[in-house]
Write a protein that binds this ligand. Structure first.
Ligand code: MN
Length: 406
């Protein structure tokens, strides 16, 4: 290795995730993360090491680079891996191509055209069903037949580090009183993983399940913020709206599907049998450890949840096959959220709604404060990584501070 990588770094040589960064004297451009550094792909391309039109590396988003296709984007990743191990490579000769991550600002890596959010964790859907409907019939009849989802809002998706204001809206705190207007009292996070598509389809075309992963460029962590009191009042009959569209955060580095190959595992047994277009073959779930912490204003960061992406009932290939079965076209840079990822254990629930069971079981924090939902001044941070036989591939983090309402 031509540079040192800290042990337990998310950005090991096995990872090489793509992002867009800028510094005080560099305009936004493509880079890859390695250890504590970013390799400047725009500047690297000036040495003539790539055999594609490299202007795509000098843009403010990765969409055009991703559009080149996996044959090219995968080769960039593999080339960098080999150059990092070659003491006579272009990277070894040009230390100025390495920029400290601490001196760079990450930008949102893609121009997101469309955002869809699924609801694919059985434990999460069951918990919500128990709380809001019937504990005996928590899952709705369609849930094990359809990867349920809704169309979200792309304009308000921002990159990790962007503070948000507590949203204001309409709620109905008392059954027998009219609705009221004001800041949400039940601001929540949703621990999710998002995938980004890397190929377009034409209107009318479907993505067959066995080809679905070819259409997926990579994954990010996603905090799909929710205002539970607004949601409860507005969601009937058409589903999520203003309780969801005020902001969602993604992590800045896109971890490619190839980098996560080592963490593939079989998904859960699906009973009843799914329809043929949703029949998934092979290992299409991923063992990625996930965690959430809260840092209260002026206090220490505290972990409140450990979950895992492997808990998904419906995998990405099934989600994409279902999404396009009717001929809905997709584009490079679309984002698809997993839905809140909860496990069986109470400490693995991926939202405050579940962790505190609708606010009935407050979390005791180390600074002696308690939490039912997220308070002003709180910073919510999510992390994720796969680790196996000493090999680690991680996402870094998605983190954001909540400010008081405007
Ligand atoms: Mn969600």
């Amino acid at each position: 290795m031509i540079i040192g990588i800290p042990e337990n770094s998310d950005f090991s040589i096995h990872n090489i995730p793509f992002g867009i960064f800028e510094t005080s004297n560099k305009s936004p451009r493509a880079g890859v993360a390695i250890g504590e550094y970013i390799i400047d792909l725009a500047e690297l391309s000036d040495y003539g090491v790539f055999d594609f039109e490299t202007s795509v590396l000098k843009k403010e988003t990765l969409n055009d680079f991703i559009s080149l296709g996996k044959a090219i984007t995968s080769k960039v990743r593999i080339d960098i891996q080999s150059w990092l191990q070659d003491t006579s490579s272009v990277l070894a000769k040009h230390s100025e191509l390495f920029i400290r991550q601490s001196s760079a600002k990450m930008r949102i890596p893609i121009r997101i055209g469309d955002y869809t959010d699924f609801y694919s964790s059985e434990e999460h859907a069951t918990n919500i069903g128990k709380m809001f409907r019937d504990p005996k019939n928590a899952l709705l009849p369609n849930w094990k037949h359809i990867p349920v989802g809704y169309h979200g809002r792309a304009s308000s998706i921002v990159v990790s580090g962007t503070p948000i204001h507590r949203p204001i809206g309409q709620t109905k705190p008392k059954e027998d009183q009219p609705p009221v207007y004001g800041p949400t009292k039940r601001l929540d996070f949703e621990l999710e993983v998002g995938f980004i598509t890397g190929k377009n389809t034409m209107l009318g075309q479907s993505v067959p399940i066995d080809l679905a992963e070819e259409y997926i460029f990579g994954l990010v962590l996603l905090n799909d913020w929710s205002a539970r009191d607004i949601q409860k009042w507005e969601y009937v009959p058409l589903g999520p709206f203003l309780a969801k569209n005020f902001a969602s955060h993604i992590s800045p580095w896109i971890v490619t599907l190839e980098a996560l190959n080592a963490f593939r595992i079989p998904g859960p047994d699906q009973t009843p049998d799914v329809l043929p277009y949703l029949k998934s073959i092979g290992e299409k779930n991923y063992d990625i450890q996930l965690e959430v912490s809260i840092t209260p204003e002026g206090s220490e960061e505290e972990n409140i949840c450990h979950s895992n992406y492997k808990y998904m009932y419906w995998n990405m290939a099934q989600q994409l096959a279902h999404h396009t079965v009717n001929g809905c076209n997709i584009n490079v840079g679309d984002l698809y959220g997993s839905g809140t990822i909860s496990g069986k254990d109470e400490s693995s629930y991926g939202s405050m709604l579940e962790l505190t069971w609708m606010g009935t079981k407050p979390i005791q924090m180390k600074d002696r404060s308690t939490r039912t939902f997220i308070k002003d001044g709180d910073t919510v941070t999510m992390r994720g990584y796969g680790e196996k036989n000493g090999l680690r591939v991680g996402f870094g983090e998605v983190s954001a501070k909540v400010l008081a309402s405007k």
